[in-house]
Write a protein that binds this ligand. Sequence first.
Ligand SMILES: [Zn+2]
Length: 418
Amino acid sequence: MFVASVKKVLESSVQKYLKTTIKSASFSAESVKTSTDHRYVVVGINKSGSKSDCEQLKYPLVWLRDNCQCSSCFDAPTKSRIIDWTKFDLKNAQPKSVSINKQLEVIWKDDHVSKFDFKWLYERSFTAESRQKYLDNHYRPKPMLWSKEQFEMKEFKAGDVFENDEALYDWLETLARYGVAMIKNADLTEDQARKLANRISFIRKTSYGEEFIVRADPNATNVAYTSNLLQIHTDLPYYEYTPGVNLLHCIAQTKLPGAFNMLADGFHVAERLKKENPKVFKCLSTTLVNWSDYGADGGTRFETIQRSPVICLDYEGNITRINHSIPQRDTFFSVDAEVVDEWYSALKTFVDLLHEEAVYFKTEPGDILTFSNIRLVHGRTGYTDTEGNVRHIVGAYIDWDEIYSRLRILANDKRMKR
Ligand SMILES: [Zn+2]
């Protein structure tokens, strides 16, 4: 068994090596020059060996010097830059000569020599098209937002996701694109959410521990246990690093009416606001709200507070996170009293729209509902537990950093297999 698996690993690494070699061999260059302003090297790179494929690609000299791949500037085993920046002189990032043979070779003013593979250069090209390709294909899958009408639950079999890397990739890619996916037919044991998280990396721990169990107290027999409506919300908005994804494993579901899951794509609703009601969008994306959790769990007390808008944007104006929770919004609202009315009215508009775009469904025993906690809002309609008919859910969180990392590793493995 051991010998066989080692053999398999060896075979696959040989195959990988061969395929990489063949791929890099198809890149060549036919021209090189420095730009007249002495800021760039322009290389004519051929992707497939045919002349019609030649692209004139422009690389800033300072970037080339910083990214020298020689062993004193770059540590290959850790893929890390080790160039000494205390001695790095930007003015020295000027070449004595540039030439192409099997690689681009730059001899710098201080006689340091840098060599770059054409494939390596091509992949790192600064063209808008190349940068976008990297962002969409390698950095993160591009989100596909959905309205209530467009919603369709994508399903994956637990057995496949647990056993097979292709299925794992498909699930995670779906989760990244649509923000939600359902795992079907998991075992009816409390270890399944952890098992799923471990397929990616590890559970994200919070003040409440690792797994959390949602179940009526079994000792409260003969007394009907009512669980009220859980309004749509995002979990733990009071964390600066809020958990990225919820895994909700349904072990037992009430057979009585109610207990429907509600989900809405908060990014889609925010985009709608941006177009239909820019004033509301601006108010919700620029007003800092105090989110908080005051409590104790397992003897540890906490007072977690974080300020951020309902709609969070990055520097490019992309929506990066939705915060919404009626119970976890603090009574302290550290803004000018003048803006409060407008903010409340904006929040009401947003919440009404979230409800308008919400979809409803009921999970079955064996389902693990997985969804983005920074993009979707979720809730549950009220239900009643009775004896022998008790809803039992095990939940856990996992972070997007780990998911994206796993996706990239799986995508690299897929490319190698091709
Ligand atoms: Zn170097």
